[in-house]
Design a protein around this ligand. Sequence first.
Ligand code: PLP
Ligand SMILES: N[C@@H](CCOP(=O)(O)O)C(=O)O
Length: 466
Amino acid sequence: MDYISTRGSAPALGFEDVTLAGLASDGGLYLPSQWPQFSPDMIRALAGLSYVETAVRVMAPFVAGSLSEDELRDLCAAAYGRFSHDAVTPLVQLDHRHWLLELFHGPTLAFKDVALQLLGQLFERFLSRRDDHLTIVGATSGDTGSAAIDAVAGREKIDIFMLHPDGRVSDVQRRQMTTVLAPNVYNIAIDGSFDDAQALVKRMFNDPDFSARFNLSAVNSINWARLMAQVVYYFYAAVRLGAPERPVAFSVPTGNFGDVFAGYVAAQMGLPVAKLVVATNVNDILHRALSQGDYSQGQVVPTATPSMDIQVSSNFERLLFDAGGRDGLALAEQMRGFEASKAMRLTNAQREGAAHIFTSARIDPDSMTMAMRWAYDAAGQVIDPHSAIGLAAARDLALDPAIPVVTLATAHAAKFRDAVERATGTRPPLPARVGDLFAREESFAKLPATFEAVTAYVAERATPRS
Ligand SMILES: Cc1ncc(COP(=O)(O)O)c(C=O)c1O
Ligand SMILES: N[C@@H](CCOP(=O)(O)O)C(=O)O
């Protein structure tokens, strides 16, 4: 399988190189040169398979040329062996048509573990084949950071530098990152927003000297391997609900557009996905883009769903490229315009390419609270505020009543105990695997959100290429 850049001028690479590179050298994001196709019979044959076997079948075409099926199976077994539920991503029924897909049974209690546990295994396998060392630089609004750190802490050939917005992640989220005291882990709280952190990370990648000197790689969803691993649970859930015979809709609490783009990939591969609901909080750039064609960056408003407090969604570029006809050079021009003016209009082709499968909703704090209460009162489920944004959108939008709607439950309620308690009167206990979190020692640096400060910090600590 070959991968091409959304900006049309980076060289095409195989899966191993794409995984280690993270971002393309022209500033674009990698995507497969074509979507593998699953026929109805191939989808039917997934019925009854374990999560690991489903993962092997769904991902095998994407890793072809870099990993054999047996190698992929070993890595998936190691990655998903650390989940606390046998089904890895179980489905829970809320009423006759609403379901939750619980994605938070991994080590750090958020959906990021599904992809990052595998990515940690992939890095280790690929680095064992070469005499090389990676410097991971990442940005987090709370969950990617802890999942990535858990996945690579203590690995010899990797250093990880994780930037989070100071004071804008929950206490549990921060401590899950800053209490990991492995020598290869560096946490940085920047004086700015998640968008500032993400822009700094992209700038490091786009600095050819810095990027080559430290052999940078990515754990954010700009790295294709992250999205590939997330495609699996769309197949797993849809098959359990009757695919390919019965189509399924998904509602996805959305920030960086990675999770919902994985659903789009599943649909491109042949999974009968009736609709993908992009559910945003009041930081609604994606809702405006999909409903009005207006992708213009607003000021980030801090909310009770901090992981979605994002106004520049990295993976939206992947949709613009694919839905808009895969013209990399034209998209590079469009993205340059956005980077200069912080605003762009979607083309007609991009809007039409998205409209057949995506719909969107902007959920305000009251609707979010009502969804948390409804899940608790109607089905006895304590859900986190991010999942509640997805559920509110799933219930508010006029979707076909004959089609089951699966809301992606992206984080464990215990990560956001204060907001959950405010909405439901119930304070979720910390699960045993993080039970001692508030007794652990923390370590992190505080830096201004400037390129100079962050690169100087990284350069002093990272291992340069020999
Ligand atoms: C709990 C939670 N829900 C939803 C999201 C949004 O997912 P995405 O950025 O893939 O759109 C995030 C962060 O990414 C998250 O941490
Ligand atoms: N909500 C995310 C933001 C980063 O998203 P990613 O999926 O691109 O890593 C987080 O938890 O950090």
